[in-house]
Write a protein of this length. Structure first.
Length: 270
């Protein structure tokens, strides 16, 4: 156990994920604390040094935000993940740190005083999303993030609570393997954090899919399977989709298999 994880937050031990279905396990952060909106809070001495660079980036990001709007960040930091949430009018952001075993199950959208949502979305909630007026947005957005695209919500000057809610719903439609790889910064008017799911990025940035265009995102297998499972009320299939490996993981596994065959062939002269 890392020394800093129990000195700061004894109740926040990162216990190993038990065998079986990890989706039923509540994530536990290793550390949590406040960061001043102006980015003036010193880096916590007992926090892992691998988090320091990301802490500094968040310190640059916070002063650029509108004080009347909420904000969320979720970023990689070496072997850890740092999340920051900012409530309108609050002078301090709520910062949390998760280990690799837990960050895919974390709820980046839990503001100060709120409970983390269950990692598995409930079927009635999914039905409401995918049979509502924004179904094309959610299906297109989920497929875009699975494919590795960047998404921007809101307009070039703001990202309100509606954007945060949309992002939270979209996040829960993603496989856990994809959540473990993607980053969040809502909003990020100066593109300081360069996250995958972001907000208030100018429409002139053609590398980012703007939220209103997500309904036109090319249909893919993941969104089709997700829509089919939810439409049929097949919760077991929804769970299976959420536990699927990401394209990156499949690609790496394929490379490892090829490398393994090459090594075996060289050793045995096959």
């Amino acid at each position: 156990m890392n020394k800093w994880s129990w000195q700061i937050l004894p109740q926040g031990f990162a216990h190993p994920v038990p065998k079986g279905n990890p989706l039923k396990t509540k994530p536990q952060c290793l550390w949590q604390g406040p960061l001043h909106r102006e980015g003036t809070t010193p880096f916590p001495e007992n926090l892992s040094k691998s988090c320091q660079t990301v802490w500094q980036k968040i310190c640059l990001w916070l002063p650029s935000l509108d004080k009347t709007q909420p904000a969320v960040a979720f970023l990689r930091a070496g072997r850890f993940r740092i999340g920051a949430t900012l409530t309108p009018g609050d002078p301090f952001a709520h910062v949390r740190v998760w280990s690799r075993n837990h960050w895919a199950l974390a709820d980046p959208f839990a503001f100060t005083g709120q409970e983390d949502t269950e990692p598995l979305p409930q079927l009635p909630h999914l039905v409401n999303l995918l049979k509502g007026p924004d179904s094309a947005f959610y299906l297109g957005g989920a497929q875009a993030l699975v494919d590795g695209a960047r998404i921007s919500l809101g307009n070039a000057s703001s990202c309100d609570q509606k954007c945060i809610d949309q992002a939270a719903n979209l996040w829960r439609l993603l496989p856990f393997s994809v959540r473990a790889e993607r980053t969040i910064a809502l909003p990020d008017p100066n593109n300081t954090l360069q996250a995958d799911l972001t907000g208030a990025i100018p429409e002139t940035d053609e590398s980012v899919w703007q939220g209103e265009r997500l309904g036109d995102y090319p249909e893919g297998r993941y969104e089709w399977n997700l829509h089919e499972a939810i439409d049929q009320g097949d919760l077991a299939m929804v769970h299976k989709l959420l536990k699927r490996q990401s394209p990156k993981q499949v690609f790496l596994m394929g490379l490892l298999l090829i490398l393994g065959f090459i090594i075996i062939g060289a050793l045995f002269g096959i």
